[in-house]
Write a protein that binds this ligand. Structure first.
Ligand code: C5P
Length: 404
């Protein structure tokens, strides 16, 4: 079921007694890490209430195309584009007929016309309806258009008949659905990434910081989410959009980044420390703006700095530690210094980059790094931070599996 982690499932429910089984299905989908939006036809609402499915999915249930409130939230076109997969369970004979005819006379049929995502149907109806030539022809038409059928099952029916037409067991439907997705390298893993600079306040208006843009950390977060992980990025002050499917926690200074990292790495599988954390902070933060003496142009000022906690070393020292990956930005003896950092901070892997080259690293669009482990080095050629991030996530995931 790991394959469903982070996936966006649009569950369509049509009118049939099997609709009551969808409540359990939504619960299982959520447990597997999927995000679920439920769309119900009016007939489905006669069998199970939207309120039940709203509570279980954690999202408002969509029942009508002409609902201005729902359209103002996530409109029907947006909803169709949002989905990674559309699962219609139970799919009634009537719905199958309308879909085969290409109709858009309610929200669910319209969504099926709009969506580019694969559509899966779990038919459920009386055996006579299922075996009817019209239904069989409609299913053939849909399968010809690339729609996949899950079931139906054969056996005892709610109406008393025995035969084909029972909805597949919800567990089997979800198993079938999960198998439609490729396994990501980090499927089901919880990954925490720090990114960007930290800001260490001097007074209410001034701070000490660095040039980190957060681009590399955010690119890694996006690549890890693409690989199927549940990703939390702990971001210092950066001017970047949160990647799709990534949870973001904003922090300002090293101590709050430290607290957030300690908290969110509990029960995590991997920690990637990409942030450029300030090593020092002013010992005291002035309560009000520090004023210069206008009559003393030669005046000097001294700020006493104290050490910040080492976040990556603290996470690596945890008893129940995740797999820990650090960064080492160096200007000379890059590999040598990075290797000593790996040992000193007890990291599993370290990503070294040469920041003396202005075209890579801090604030630039490109980077070139060497991935270093206890007994190996893998240089990665200069490329965009996005491409590099997916190469790195692939390598990190491979070593994670080998070294764990
Ligand atoms: O010691 P140095 O700052 O070069 O180590 C870099 C690595 O340590 C990076 O992974 C960085 O995110 C992490 N680091 C940290 N907390 C600090 C300083 C650095 O997590 N206070």
């Amino acid at each position: 079921m790991h394959r469903l982690n982070n996936k966006r499932i649009l569950l369509g429910i049509t009118g049939g007694i099997a609709a009551y089984k969808t409540a359990e299905m939504v619960r299982h989908l959520r447990k597997a890490g999927a995000e679920v939006h439920v769309v119900m036809t009016p007939a489905a609402c006669e069998f199970i209430t939207p309120l039940t499915l709203q509570a279980l999915s954690g999202n408002p249930v969509h029942t009508s195309m002409l609902d201005p409130k729902a359209e103002a939230g996530m409109g029907h076109i947006e909803l169709a584009k949002w989905a990674d997969a559309v699962l219609i369970a139970p799919a009634s004979a009537d719905f199958i007929a309308r879909m085969a005819a290409g109709m858009g006379n309610d929200l669910l049929s319209t969504l099926c016309l709009v969506t580019q995502a694969p559509v899966y149907l779990a038919p459920a109806m009386n055996q006579g309806m299922w075996l009817d030539v019209a239904t069989q022809k409609n299913c053939e038409t849909l399968v010809g258009r690339g729609v996949k059928m899950f079931g139906p099952d054969n056996g005892y029916q709610a109406c008393g008949d025995v035969g084909p037409g029972r909805m597949l067991d919800p567990d089997v439907i979800l198993q079938n659905l999960a198998e439609q997705f490729e396994t990501g390298l980090l499927a089901g893993k919880k990954v925490v990434i720090t990114a960007g600079p930290t800001r260490e306040a001097i007074d209410p208006v001034r701070y000490i910081s660095n040039h980190s843009s957060g681009k590399m950390g955010f690119a890694l977060a996006a690549a890890a989410a693409d690989a199927g992980a549940s990703v939390t990025v702990i971001a210092g002050p950066v001017n970047l959009e949160t990647p799709d499917r990534v949870t973001r926690i904003d922090v300002a200074d090293a101590r709050s980044m430290h607290a957030a990292a300690m908290e969110h790495t509990a029960n995590s599988d991997m920690f990637i420390s990409c942030a450029a954390v300030a090593d020092y902070r002013p010992e005291t933060i002035a309560e009000s703006k520090i004023k210069k003496d206008p009559g003393a142009p030669d005046q000097t000022m001294t700020i006493k700095l104290v050490r910040n906690p080492d976040i990556v070393a603290s996470v690596a020292a945890k008893e129940d530690r995740p797999f820990v990956v650090g960064f080492a930005a160096e200007t000379n003896n890059v590999v040598e210094y990075a290797t000593s950092k790996l040992q000193r901070k007890k990291l599993d892997l370290v990503i070294a980059n040469d920041v003396s080259d202005k075209s890579i690293g801090f604030n630039s669009e490109e980077n070139a790094v060497t991935l270093i482990g206890p007994d190996f080095e893998e240089p990665l050629a200069k490329s965009s931070k996005q491409l590099l991030a997916s190469q790195l996530i692939e390598l990190i995931a491979r070593y994670y599996k080998e070294m764990k």
